[in-house]
Ligand binder design. Structure first.
Ligand SMILES: Nc1nc2c(ncn2[C@@H]2O[C@H](COP(=O)(O)OP(=O)(O)O)[C@@H](OP(=O)(O)OP(=O)(O)O)[C@H]2O)c(=O)[nH]1
Ligand SMILES: [Mn+2]
Length: 178
């Protein structure tokens, strides 16, 4: 198979298209798609993950949660395995935010090890960003609480990938949480 595969490139293009009008909450208002590219790159380059469906699901990990794309769209375009990985890392946006946050802690340990990789890389990218920026509209207290909450989620994802967990632990140590 050629690398990157045609399917991988289509997936990247689909993520860029679906997130095209969305911006991150950093002061520069970076394109949202930068985040999903970061998550897939963390997995491929830092963690050495070669499971291409995991790398593609990382590109799509926020596409159902944050755009008009549906699980049916993802399944039709990219197949059942990628769709089920995306499903495992997607929050139910019909629930209240506090409930969603609680459920991430409660459900993290039950997810598959491939979905755990995506969740670890997602938290790592968000936390790296929070070390540099306070998102627009966030108080300092909210920023601090995100580190506390993220550690509670990550603690339910342990023994999955030592490289990612060491990178996350560096951040938790710097924050005085470990
Ligand atoms: N650190 C950071 N995060 C930003 C920025 N812009 C958007 N986000 C997104 O905000 C989410 C975290 O903010 P919260 O207030 O906790 O969640 P919410 O968006 O669901 O309300 C993350 O969603 P997520 O990826 O779905 O992950 P998570 O909700 O599982 O943490 C993250 O991707 C930014 O500039 N910096
Ligand atoms: Mn994300």
């Amino acid at each position: 198979m050629p690398h990157p595969s045609k399917k991988f490139m289509e997936c990247l293009q689909y993520a860029a298209h679906k997130h095209r009008d969305q911006r991150r909450k950093d002061p520069q208002e970076s394109p949202y798609v930068n985040h999903v590219i970061n998550v897939s790159t963390i997995l491929a380059v830092e963690a050495g993950i070669e499971d291409e469906n995991v790398l593609m699901a990382a590109l799509l990990h926020d596409v159902v949660e944050d755009t008009d794309a549906s699980f049916a769209d993802v399944e039709e375009l990219f197949g059942g395995d990628i769709c089920s990985l995306v499903r495992e890392v997607t929050d139910d946006k019909t629930l209240e935010k506090q409930q969603r946050k609680r459920l991430q802690i409660a459900n993290a340990a039950k997810t598959s090890s491939r979905a755990k990789l995506i969740k670890l890389a997602d938290k790592l990218d968000n936390l790296r960003d929070l070390q540099i920026n306070t998102p627009r509209g966030w108080t300092e207290e909210r920023r601090v609480q995100y580190f506390v909450w993220a550690k509670q989620v990550v603690d339910q994802l342990r023994a999955t990938n030592s490289i990612l967990e060491e990178e996350l632990d560096k951040i938790f140590k710097e924050q005085g949480l470990l």
